[in-house]
Design a binder for this molecule. Structure first.
Ligand code: IPE
Ligand code: IPE
Ligand code: MG
Length: 239
């Protein structure tokens, strides 16, 4: 197979990592085992993106709505997050990848926040790529927070209404400074966005696979990239 031309490699891939629970259930295991296996997939996918030349990878790890899950699952997930962050750090440093996080981070338990802060600080100068974790993230909450900021500035007289544009509004979102995702991958066959990057996904290409997240591997990644490269993005125009 010939290598895709650089223009056909997405600059930004965002992934809705779904199906951990189903993976565990199929094996008669507790759900947390699916999340553990899913955390290992994360390391493989970071590496696959790096090798393919994808500069931005955003992973939906925990949604605002996921707080509704049973308290024991939430607690186990938070613990897993803390330990995984420690494990991922060496990989990020080795490849000069900067860690970033979006979401209502203040809702996360202290140990997770501390692990996040120290990993973000340690990788702050890395410039080969950006890994963004969406944690306690919900797109509607993100948009409402941006609206509040704009309104506050407008009332204080530091922002003119006519200066609220798509660009200036996007700069108030937590993804400010990042390109919009080119490709959104969702595993476990669900055909929905589940409150993920609603503004930013306007023109993203969507790619859904029945593969459950813990099983997501090189072959799925290669197929997603090949399908993306074969698509025509029109952005409303005529090509
Ligand atoms: C995705 O797997 C992980 C999180 C949402 C935290 P799920 O836990 O949603 O797995 P399913 O959908 O129940 O299979
Ligand atoms: C979306 O998965 C959120 C994450 C992957 C973190 P869910 O499993 O929570 O989504 P729904 O409930 O099926 O829409
Ligand atoms: Mg799910």
């Amino acid at each position: 197979m010939t290598q895709a031309s650089p223009a056909k490699v997405p600059a930004h891939i965002a992934i809705i990592m779904d199906g951990n629970g189903r993976w565990a259930r199929e094996r008669g295991l507790p759900r947390i085992e699916g999340h553990r296996a899913g955390a290992e997939t994360v390391q493989r996918v970071i590496e696959a993106c790096r090798q393919a030349g994808v500069r931005y990878l955003t992973l939906y790890a925990f949604s605002t709505e996921n707080w509704r899950r049973p308290i024991t699952e939430v607690a186990q997930l938070m613990k897993l997050l803390t330990t995984s962050l420690g494990k991922h750090l060496a990989q990020l440093q080795e490849h000069r990848i900067r860690l970033h996080a979006i979401g209502e981070l203040e809702r996360l338990p202290m140990p997770v926040r501390r692990a996040l802060q120290s990993a973000m600080r340690a990788t702050a100068q890395n410039d080969a790529g950006v890994l963004t974790l969406a944690l306690s993230y919900g797109s509607r909450a993100e948009i409402v927070a941006a609206v509040r900021q704009a309104a506050t500035r407008a009332m204080a007289g530091t922002l003119r209404i006519e200066d609220i544009t798509e660009e200036s509004f996007a700069s108030l979102l937590q993804t400010a400074g990042m390109p919009d995702p080119d490709l959104i991958i969702r595993t476990a066959n669900e055909m929905r966005l589940s409150n993920f990057l609603l503004w930013q996904a306007s023109y993203a290409e969507l790619w859904v696979t029945p593969t459950l997240w813990p099983d997501f591997g090189e072959e799925d990644f290669r197929r997603a990239m090949a399908d993306y490269a074969a698509r025509t993005r029109r952005f409303g125009g005529v090509v």
